[in-house]
Design a protein around this ligand. Structure first.
Ligand SMILES: [Zn+2]
Length: 278
């Protein structure tokens, strides 16, 4: 199993990360994509540093007691107002590093309104251009205001204009949209990643969408430390618990949890051009 999205640099893991990673490995998590947004551009490199810490232990071969670790780097929509030229050039430099396989999470957030929409859009487009030049898939955050479709429409329109033509693809992280959004995103080359909210009692509409996404386009993630799946809802989430979301997905698709693990691992490897012989 792959956890395609976890914030391992969260302060909520300080002093416990090693145990968290060992529990993930023991639970069958073969790899984790550590999201590098930090609390803003000043911390964009923290996920990469975590990757390197576990790759460089001992003989220089990665520590086999923890999952394989990869990193992303990006400027979260909430921090778009901090995306000055220095931050954008820092992002470009990070995307040149071999362990930093993705740009993200980037996109639009009309729920928290951390930055004006026009600023969010401008910074989103700039980051797509940087990621395209580095040939790195992008991880999309799209959080609409309740009952308002504008965030999805704006996100999908910008992706169609600035990303679809690159053919590089990406991930719609913590998918929460409807089938129309999923279908349009897949047409633009995006895998659909489901998080712990798929397991929540009120999420039947989301489960109905997940049931329709073809196996070849699915990913699972924790978004840890957020969104812990049932039965640990409300607690600090961790990558080991990606299995709960995979189980729900397996039930929806009518396949075994092992098949979900194999399919999502294959999809992740395909997107990033990795050979994951785990
Ligand atoms: Zn996230």
């Amino acid at each position: 199993m792959i956890d395609s999205h976890a914030h391992l640099d969260s302060e909520r893991y300080v002093g416990e990360l090693e145990d968290v990673l060992r529990r993930a490995k023991a639970a069958g998590v073969g790899a984790i994509l550590a999201i590098g947004i930090g609390e803003g551009p000043a911390e964009m490199q923290c996920a990469l540093e975590i990757c390197r810490k576990y790759r460089e232990q001992g003989t220089g071969i990665r520590d086999q007691s923890v999952p394989g670790l990869y990193a992303s780097a990006g400027i979260y929509p909430h921090n778009a107002h901090e995306a000055d030229e220095a931050a954008l050039s820092k992002l470009d430099g990070l995307l040149a590093e071999p362990e930093v396989i993705a740009c993200g999470e980037i996109g639009l957030d009309y729920y928290h309104e951390g930055s004006p929409h026009e600023v969010q859009k401008r910074v989103f487009i700039r980051q797509m251009k940087i990621a395209a030049a580095r040939k790195r898939p992008i991880i999309i955050h799209c959080r609409p205001k309740d009952g308002d479709n504008a965030c999805w429409e704006d996100t999908l329109a910008l992706l169609a204009e600035h990303w679809g033509p690159t053919g590089i693809g990406g991930i719609l992280h913590c998918f929460s949209g409807d089938w129309d959004h999923a279908e349009r995103a897949m047409e633009l080359g995006f895998l659909i990643s489901f998080a712990g909210n798929l397991t929540y009692p009120k999420a039947q509409p989301l489960r109905d969408v997940a049931a329709r996404v073809p196996l070849d386009w699915l990913l699972v993630e924790t978004d840890a430390p957020f969104l812990a799946p049932v039965p640990n809802r409300g607690k600090r989430n961790e990558p080991a618990w990606v299995a709960e979301t995979a189980d729900v997905l397996a039930g929806l698709k009518g396949v075994s949890a092992e098949e979900i693990g194999a399919a999502t691992t294959k999809n992740f490897a395909r997107l990033f051009g990795l050979s994951l012989g785990m």
